[in-house]
Design a binder for this molecule. Structure first.
Ligand code: LLP
Length: 384
């Protein structure tokens, strides 16, 4: 059970909605990750999942690096104390300003996504008389078997450099005095629960790695991206993912040169389960075929159900364990029909003022919130 009686009592005194983070679970997750990762594997935490400074501080203290996809994420990581040499910067559309700032900080690697970007990076580094460390984001054309909006490693996706461009890229790198080729980067998608997708990725990586070595470009590091999925249905039973099983896939299948380092960029599986969106029932409304619970949180605080039809477990934590249950559509206050957290959710008979927890919201929750309808930002509250 995620919420004890004291925690719920404390929630009753707070203004809703807010994000609640169980920092103890976050720390336990980080310990499990460190224990499962072979010593030569280094994980960069993907800030895009949750860039809350308190969460970042704990992740940095656990010794992870930072994977960033915007200039502001690079700055946030740096200001939180991640070392420049532990920051990677990926993203399909880095602006000149963002590149310049990252060059000034002196980050570990630019994960470049196109030949055009390599040319611009070389020019900008030249102007500063610097050498930019570059990893190539490769599109391996591997299916992640996940939602189409969060699949990134297929040729039809906008991400990464495709195989037919390799020779051109190799020539470009060898002719660019202000670029230093340092590694290969892959990321096939997010919320991946079928580990065979990662197996297929390893097989592709082995081929591509060999191609670059033979071509005279030695990748000092291979970055396998992130994407390990979590259990949204059973957040208490499976609150920490099986990191050992995940790393084993790479340990078993990657064929690497002894000098090559292995990097990952995990986001969701580190932070998702420690966060819940806490909200109050404002109104109960009788519909034609259903009852609605109207919460004071909506798609402005957590957009995943509206955007990806994502499932999040919904609990009435004021009445947990009560036998008398009904089915409700649990919706938010926003003027959009898609502002619905769950349809036909079985819940105890709900009254105005009941507290609700929308679970597994620590990843891609607070960071994706917005001010539509001029809504205020939900605050963050940490384990009490
Ligand atoms: N590396 C790269 C290059 C990525 O694009 C991503 C996620 C990650 C690492 C981290 O992936 P993770 O371990 O968190 O799966 N907003 C969506 C997810 C978008 C993921 C984008 N890229 C959602 O709410 O499901």
């Amino acid at each position: 059970m995620m919420f004890g009686t004291d925690t719920i009592k404390k929630f009753e005194t707070l203004e809703t909605p807010f994000y609640y983070y169980n920092l103890d679970l976050l720390k336990k997750t980080l310990v499990a990750l460190k224990q499962a990762a072979p010593p030569e594997y280094h994980v960069h935490y993907a800030l895009k999942a949750n860039a809350n400074p308190e969460i970042l501080r704990i992740i940095r203290e656990a010794g992870l690096g930072a994977d960033c996809v915007s200039g502001n994420e690079v700055k946030r990581a740096y200001e939180t104390g991640f070392k420049a040499g532990d920051i990677v910067f990926a993203g399909v559309g880095k602006s000149d300003k963002e590149i310049n700032e990252a060059l000034d900080i002196g980050i570990f690697s630019f994960n470049s996504e196109s030949t055009h970007e390599l040319e611009i990076l070389n020019d900008l580094a030249k102007k500063k008389n610097k050498i930019a460390p570059v990893a190539l984001r490769i599109n391996p054309n591997v299916d992640a078997y996940t939602h189409k909006y969060i699949t990134t490693g297929l040729e039809e996706n906008k991400f990464g450099i495709n195989q037919h461009e390799f020779e051109h890229v190799a020539q470009l790198l060898q002719g660019s005095a202000n670029l230093k080729f340092s590694g290969l980067h892959f990321h096939i998608g997010s919320q991946i629960q079928d580990l065979s997708a990662f197996k297929n990725l390893c097989l592709k990586v082995n081929e591509i790695n060999q191609w670059f070595i033979k071509r005279g470009l030695f990748p000092e590091h291979i970055n396998l991206g992130g994407g390990l999925g979590i259990d949204y249905r059973e957040p208490d039973k499976n609150n920490i993912v099986d990191f050992a099983q995940y790393f084993k896939v790479f340990k078993d299948l990657l064929e690497l040169h002894p000098q090559q380092k292995v990097h990952f960029e995990l986001g969701r599986c580190i932070v998702a389960q420690c966060g819940s969106l806490i909200s109050r029932a404002l109104y109960i409304k009788k519909g034609i075929n259903t009852h609605f619970v109207i919460l004071d949180a909506g798609m402005t605080e957590l957009i995943r159900p509206a955007l990806y039809q994502a499932y999040h477990k919904i609990e009435n934590i004021s009445r947990s364990g009560q036998a008398n249950t009904f089915k409700y559509d649990v919706v938010g206050p926003i003027c959009e029909s898609s502002d619905c957290f769950g349809k036909s959710v079985e819940l105890p008979e709900t009254r105005r003022g009941d507290l609700f927890a929308i679970r597994s919201a620590g990843a891609y929750g607070e960071v994706m919130s917005n001010h539509y309808n001029l809504r205020e930002s939900a605050k963050a509250v940490y384990s009490i």
